[in-house]
Design a binder for this molecule. Structure first.
Ligand code: 5GP
Length: 330
């Protein structure tokens, strides 16, 4: 047994120090990025924020609004088998994720990206699956995850992933850390995995744990090439589900709700997700505008004219959350 004594950080453990800037308005900030992918040799341009491939937010209606802003939708997995057509328009801005059993279906999709997405990306079986998907689809831009450390980021890239999805346990409806004790503080995971991926000319997605636009800024500042959102996109008209008494249901894909809906209970698969009620927030359009305006504003505070340079312009300062908790400060 080993204990790593280094301090590892979550988004809430840091702030970003403001810096001198020549910019006069947030309108000058360009949030679009162009990514060139290692194995597929393809290029993608857009705003690198994606909806999570969860039932509630990975919907055709969400895709319609996200593509308007050049954001990416990861459709919920159940759409893979029957209604891919609903995501056809703007398909360059879709990323279809599936599990190891979905390799054949994924290979048949025509979309911007495809990906393999499992709770634990550390198994040999998973690495072999990434290799298999790469062999089947040499020209596809492939994402794979989830992992939280540099070694496994590199291994997945060498197995054929262009993009590695980073995050174990930070999700708003995830109970992995509570049930298993497994996890890694998300800001440090993003910093360490981005460093490993960029050294190989590959990319990462910071997946989970963003609760406001400031967290998305911190993820990009830490080196994320894409940021994936679940909870922040929940509770909108474009989500799957009904509004009841001013709230909507939002559930994890390993929750009892998801398992009952998709009938995938089995003796070994434990529940590692929960169902929560989130406030109904109307149109996703307003939330997206609000998020993009927060990121633009952050860029002006540090003098980054483009999202691309945000990370270079960033100095994080640690904040003492223990103190805030003790004294009840927000
Ligand atoms: P959020 O943006 O809501 O904080 O996090 C979304 C991410 O949480 C998803 O993209 C996915 O990686 C993760 N997630 C979704 N459902 C579950 C679940 O039931 N259990 C766990 N452990 N993680 C989940």
């Amino acid at each position: 047994m080993l204990v790593n004594e280094e301090i590892k950080l979550d988004y809430s453990d840091v702030l970003i120090r403001p810096k001198r800037s020549t910019m006069s308005s947030r309108g000058e900030v360009n949030l679009e990025r162009t990514h060139n992918f290692l194995w597929s040799k393809k290029k993608w341009t857009g705003i690198p924020i994606m909806s999570s491939n969860m039932d509630t937010v990975g919907t055709p209606a969400m895709h319609k609004v996200l593509s308007k802003y050049k954001l990416i939708t990861c459709p919920a997995k159940h759409h893979l088998k029957k209604d891919q057509g609903k995501f056809k328009k703007g398909k360059a801005n879709t990323c279809w994720f599936g599990g190891i059993d979905d390799i054949n279906n994924l290979a048949k999709t025509s979309s911007g990206f495809i990906g393999l997405d499992v709770a634990n990306g550390y198994t040999i079986k998973f690495v072999d699956a990434v290799k298999k998907l790469r062999d089947k689809c040499p020209d596809a831009t492939i994402a794979a995850g989830n992992v939280v450390t540099a070694d496994m980021t590199q291994e997945l890239i060498l197995a054929g992933a262009d993009i590695v999805k980073v995050g174990i346990g930070p999700g708003s409806v995830c109970t992995t850390r509570i049930k298993t004790g497994i996890g890694y503080p998300q800001l440090s995971a993003v910093i360490e995995c981005a460093d490993a991926a960029h050294g190989l000319d590959a990319h990462i997605i910071a997946d989970g744990g963003c609760v406001n636009s400031g967290d998305i800024v911190k993820a990009f500042a830490a080196g994320a090439d894409f940021v994936m959102l679940g909870g922040m996109l929940a509770g909108h008209d474009e989500c799957d589900g009904e509004v009841e008494n001013g709230v909507m249901k939002f559930y994890g894909m390993a929750s009892e709700s998801a398992m009952s809906r998709h009938g995938n209970h089995n003796a070994y698969r434990g529940v590692e997700g929960k169902t929560v009620e989130v406030e109904y927030r109307g149109k996703a359009d307003d939330t997206i505008k609000d998020i993009l305006s927060g990121i633009r504003s952050a860029c002006t505070y540090v003098g980054a004219t483009r999202l691309k340079t945000l990370s270079k312009c960033t100095t994080f300062v640690r904040v003492n959350n223990t103190h805030n908790t003790i004294f009840g400060m927000e």
